[in-house]
Design a protein around this ligand. Structure first.
Ligand code: SAM
Length: 275
């Protein structure tokens, strides 16, 4: 990757952020609050339910027989519930501290592997996983080219017919981000960045009750030899649907997170369709 991709800086940042609390930088807390561990676990279970809903709808491989990869797994909040459903779960992350916490959080589960990566690529062979997920990660990446590279990499490691579900906050405004505030991810960035890569869009959705404007995208790696029409690969013109993501995850959680405060504010502007 080019010079805008400061791996050492990103690694340092996420190691430091993960040292701030036992559960890392996950839905960071309002001042004076601590995560109730059961509630933290429950938020992971709920997000994983939303992922599995989509995989049941679009996927071809039974979860109990499937290999799943998570990009930016953090302390393993999703890996733990995912490992109860999928045959094997691999979590990659740029932060060694996050990964060591993930191993502790997922202790006792025999079907989990964690891998430290370089912050932009996926150290797995081509066609080796059935499902890939990444949630709450791309919105923190300061260079859109890195996000595009991750999408290309996910499509490389997926087996034909495999699915990549990724979620990010579609509210960023700057072309280049700063610290943990990522660059804007736009339909145009994805359309231009993914030219020459084979994929089919299965879903672009927004939760109508979510003030933060989390966007969920599901891509399919086409079966070998299958044609993909131009309309099925255009992020700019694909119809965005309304579907739950964040709503219901934090609503009854007593641990006060910044998610609660942000959801109570006026809806942020959706910048995904801006050039
Ligand atoms: C806010 S946490 C989310 C963790 C997890 N997905 C969750 O929601 O519980 C963001 C995670 O992404 C990781 N991360 C940030 N930039 C990354 C990059 N370029 N490559 C891989 N991981 C990255 C961080 O180390 C951190 O673990």
């Amino acid at each position: 990757m080019d010079s805008k991709h400061n791996v050492a800086g990103m690694r340092w940042l996420w190691n430091v952020l993960s040292l701030k609390s036992r559960f890392g930088f996950n839905s960071h807390l309002e001042r004076g609050h601590r995560w109730d561990p059961a509630e933290f676990h429950l938020t992971g279970v709920r997000f994983v339910e939303r992922m599995i809903e989509r995989f049941d709808e679009y996927g071809r491989v039974e979860a109990s027989r499937a290999q799943l990869l998570e990009i930016g797994c953090g302390v393993g909040r999703f890996m733990r519930p995912l490992a109860c459903r999928f045959k094997h779960v691999t979590g990659i992350d740029i932060s060694r501290v996050m990964l060591s916490r993930a191993r502790r959080y997922c202790a006792g589960l025999p079907n989990i592997t964690t891998v430290l990566n370089d912050g932009a690529s996926i150290p797995l062979p081509d066609n080796s996983v059935d499902y890939c997920v990444s949630a709450g990660v791309f919105q923190h990446i300061t260079d859109g080219a890195v996000v595009v590279n991750y999408i290309r990499e996910a499509l490389r490691v997926l087996a034909p017919g495999g699915l990549f579900l990724f979620q990010f906050e579609g509210n960023r405004t700057a072309a280049i981000g700063h610290n943990q505030t990522g660059a804007r991810i736009s339909a145009m960035l994805l359309d231009t960045g993914l030219v020459g890569t084979a994929y089919r869009i299965r879903e672009i959705s927004l939760d109508p009750k979510d003030a933060i404007r989390c966007v969920v995208i599901v891509l399919e790696k086409p079966l070998t030899g299958s044609e993909v029409a131009a309309a099925e690969r255009s992020f700019s013109t694909w119809p965005m649907s309304e579907r739950r993501w964040l709503s219901g995850v934090y609503d009854d959680v007593q641990t006060r997170t910044q998610m609660h405060a942000r959801q109570a504010q006026a809806p942020m502007k959706l910048t995904f369709y801006e050039d």
